[in-house]
Write a protein that binds this ligand. Structure first.
Ligand code: SF4
Ligand code: SF4
Length: 444
């Protein structure tokens, strides 16, 4: 096998794939990360622990072949980066697993291509669907017909999804379409309520425009309430997070350039996202485009302005004109906020600011819920095992609301509530703030 892991920091090195040697060298094999790893906690197998996976990456970097077992162990990783938070040596595991997946993807393309149907589906989703407003709108309309006709409830109620195998797994997590879709708001500017203190750009995501349109609207309202003029720039699109996590860095770079061109970062105090998974990748545009001379500096500037919405709001003097939300909530950390962006306090600070809201911490709130992008579809069994534990932790708090900060986690937790017979409501932290502001205005 060609030594594709050779390290080069020279311009143009972005074509190389595989974990970088200086990343691999950081691991001292101490094992302090093991207990933070959801797959190790489930399986107790060294090869499915961070240390074990790094060991395997080192073997491949040294010339060992990429085997089906290697692909399986790397594939079973959630890329949740819990190990990064636990590691005292500063191992950049997230970047390593992304590089390992890019190398596997290159190997697959050349030597072990997927079946025709799988290739078509992957190509359609990653190269067409996620970046096309037209296709996402069509998919959203079909999804809406499926749910509004009652077919969704019948299919779920009769357990028909189980008969469809992998396609059924996909259906299990299918989000609800929320017309009118947020695409209609792209290109608009929303005035600040009261004095304008900040001018921010809002990135609305890709699928979120269709399936989390109300969350996006709530995000804009809460920002307006806090003195922000909110611009939703035309020309924005998918951030490329799913592409990066699935071993497609070139695609991700193309999408990153598009977003950088669409959002002149110098015109804004901050660029805001309400999706922790997207935010983590958007903050890493500097790394992603470090070897692209025309974009490297712009990418760093863009990444420097990126803020998770909870991070941004918690850094302000929050508008206190909120009504009471008399409920009990437990907060699930999003891996890409807690571990990827090292933000844990901001969402909790916002929840604590809502009058009447009681917050009960669950144990292991920063352990992955098993969502992890498309992991819950491609590694459904492990994802469901992890989710079952998460729902036990949720249940033990007695909370009626699960607060989250990432649409992917919200879908997974909603599935958890449904499968485990709960009655909790899953809400974004920003939706709870929006609720409190509406309460102050006497709107339920
Ligand atoms: S990744 Fe970090 S914590 Fe885990 S074995 Fe390596 S050095 Fe230790
Ligand atoms: S990223 Fe998550 S699943 Fe993967 S090795 Fe680290 S802790 Fe384990």
């Amino acid at each position: 096998m060609a030594d594709s892991t050779a390290v080069s920091e020279k311009p143009g090195a972005e074509t190389r794939c595989g974990p970088r040697q200086f990343d691999l060298d950081r691991c001292v094999h101490c094992g302090l990360c093991l207990n933070a790893c959801p797959t190790y906690r489930e399986l107790g197998l060294e090869m499915d622990s961070p240390r074990g996976r790094i060991y395997q990456m080192v073997q491949v970097a040294g010339g060992a072949p990429i085997t089906p077992a290697y692909m399986e162990h790397i594939g079973l990783c959630l890329a949740c980066r819990g190990c990064e938070s636990a590691c005292p040596s500063g191992v950049r595991y997230g970047r390593m697993v992304e590089d390992a997946r890019a190398e596997i993807e290159a190997y697959r393309t050349q030597q072990a291509p997927r079946g025709r149907a799988a290739r078509w589906l992957r190509g359609f989703v990653f190269h067409r669907l996620l970046e096309s407003r037209g296709l996402l709108t069509c998919a959203g309309c079909l999804l809406y017909l499926y749910q509004a006709s009652g077919a969704k409830a019948v299919v779920r109620g009769m357990g028909l999804l189980k008969l469809l195998g992998r396609l059924g797994d996909l259906g299990q997590f299918a989000p609800s379409a929320e017309p009118p879709f947020f695409f209609s708001q792209i290109g608009r500017t929303f005035a600040a309520e009261g004095e304008r203190k900040y001018r921010v750009a809002f990135l609305a995501g890709c699928i979120a425009n269709v399936c989390f349109a109300r969350l996006n609207e709530a995000t804009v309202r809460v920002l307006q309430k806090n003195g922000c003029e909110v611009v939703v720039p035309e020309g924005q699109g998918c951030c490329g997070a799913l592409h990066v996590h699935s071993g497609m860095p070139e695609e991700a770079r193309r999408l990153a350039r598009r977003n950088i061109d669409a959002v002149p970062s110098e015109s804004f105090d901050a660029i805001i996202t309400n999706a922790a998974g997207c935010g983590s990748t958007l903050k890493e545009y500097g790394d992603l485009l470090e070897h692209d001379p025309p974009y490297a500096a712009k990418a760093r500037e863009f990444a420097g302005k990126m803020r998770d919405v909870t991070e941004f709001l918690a850094g302000l003097e929050l508008n206190p004109r909120m009504g009471a939300v008399n409920a009990t909530v437990t907060y699930q950390d999003a891996c890409h906020l807690a571990h990827g962006q090292r933000i844990r306090t901001a969402p909790r600070k916002l929840l604590a600011a809502i009058p009447g809201l009681k917050v009960r911490e669950m144990s292991g709130s920063d352990l992955c819920c098993g969502s992890a992008g498309i992991y819950n579809v491609v590694e459904n069994e492990m994802s469901m095992q992890i989710l079952a534990r998460k729902m036990e932790a949720v249940k033990s708090t007695g909370a009626g609301i699960i607060a989250a900060v990432n649409p992917g986690c919200m879908l997974q937790l909603e599935t958890g509530v449904r499968l485990h017979g709960g009655s909790q409501r899953v809400m974004h932290v920003v939706e709870l703030l929006d609720w409190a502001y509406k309460q102050a205005n006497g709107k339920p």
